[in-house]
Design a protein around this ligand. Structure first.
Ligand code: BGC
Ligand code: CA
Length: 351
């Protein structure tokens, strides 16, 4: 009886371990070397429950096939959990780390762990401060130039507003907007929020902010905010600007429940960032004015290639098409997306 219980407990514990850190053993190409000979790379995603990051993750996994074994972790939006995951991966013998921080300010804690184990670390998507990156020679970043996405989103707003004088519902020449912000302190959220409005203003269009709050990159949170804002401001809202598509789609869901995008032609312009497949569908059916391609395919590829090189002790850029800026960072360009050039985003997100 006692033996049976022990067996049961160990099965449960193994199950639990497999659940918290799932190791992807990929078969080597050609099958000549056993999978165990491939380098072991430790990866964290700040939370699996993030639309955009699920695409980056898939691209890392796809590129690792036959080239490396990954330990892939869901940090569940908990920095303390992520720190523990890094300790565990180091004790399992990873030779490189690829880290999507939970808290962009927590890079120094991860760097201390990597440095103590003499391991290279590639941060991706959540940009650490320049001071943190420069504090360790084996730390690098893969991401974007955050401001660029705000400028491009702003340009989409400008072009669409100019083409549709009827969107100025109160006829005052000013865009009355609500803005759904991503996670405060996240470089992408801060830069997009600033630059989208700055770009519109620099094009000579005045703006009036009716609401600005964080929807934490999340569809459901954005839907709740939009529900409240529409109840409060009604048709005084002339534009919905979101820091990402997940939130733009949440706002669209709320607007639909309020009679928009239906048979009677009630319309509200909404813009986002990422150009994820669901957003492309919304552009096609006229619910989303445009988005900005956040290139998950190339960010996943660059993250993996740098991590693989670093794991093998090579120069991180060896044999790749990437270059570093002055701040040890690979910057994958954004592309503004509307119906006219939607194919670019469709190709990028095609599996
Ligand atoms: C994306 C967001 C995502 C965030 C996660 C941003 O670059 O645009 O959709 O939630 O990264 O860190
Ligand atoms: Ca107006």
């Amino acid at each position: 009886m006692r033996k049976k219980l022990l067996v049961l407990i160990s099965i449960l514990m193994i199950g639990l371990l497999a659940f918290t850190a799932c190791e992807t053993k990929t078969a080597p190409e050609g099958g000549d070397a056993p999978a165990g000979d491939l380098p072991l790379i430790g990866v964290t995603i700040y939370k699996y429950d993030d639309n955009f990051m699920s695409f980056v993750r898939r691209n890392i996994e796809k590129n690792a096939e036959g080239k490396a074994n990954l330990i892939m972790n869901d940090s569940q939006n908990d920095q303390a959990k992520q720190n523990d995951q890094v300790d565990t991966m180091i004790s399992k013998g990873v030779t490189a780390l690829a880290i999507n921080l939970v808290d962009p300010q927590a890079a120094s804690a991860i760097i201390a762990k990597a440095q103590a184990a003499d391991l290279p670390v590639i941060f991706f998507n959540k940009e650490p401060s320049a001071a943190d990156l420069n504090s360790y020679e084996k730390a690098w970043y893969v991401g974007t130039t955050s401001a660029e996405s705000g400028v491009m989103e702003g340009q989409i707003v400008v072009d669409a507003w100019k083409a549709h004088p009827e969107w100025d519902k109160n006829g005052d020449g000013i865009i009355q907007y609500v803005l759904l912000k991503g996670e405060p302190g996240h470089p992408d959220a801060e830069a997009r929020t600033t630059f989208v409005i700055q770009t519109v203003n620099e094009a000579g269009i005045q703006t009036e902010e009716l609401e600005l709050q964080t929807g934490m990159w999340d569809s459901a949170k954005a839907k709740d905010l939009m529900d409240n804002w529409y109840a409060k401001h009604g048709d005084a809202i002339e534009f919905v600007i979101a820091n990402n598509d997940a939130m733009a789609l949440g706002a669209i869901a709320s607007l639909k429940a309020n009679g928009f995008f239906g048979a009677d032609g009630k319309f509200m312009p909404v813009v986002g960032v990422d150009a994820i497949p669901d957003a492309l569908a919304a552009i096609k059916n006229g619910e989303l004015v445009g988005s900005v391609l956040n290139d998950a395919a190339n960010q996943g590829l660059a993250t993996f290639e740098l991590a693989l090189n670093a794991a093998l002790g090579n120069d991180p850029l060896a044999g790749t098409k990437w270059t570093f800026d002055a701040n040890k960072s690979v910057r994958v360009p954004y592309v503004g997306i509307t119906l006219e050039n939607i194919q670019i985003a469709e190709d990028s997100y095609a599996e």
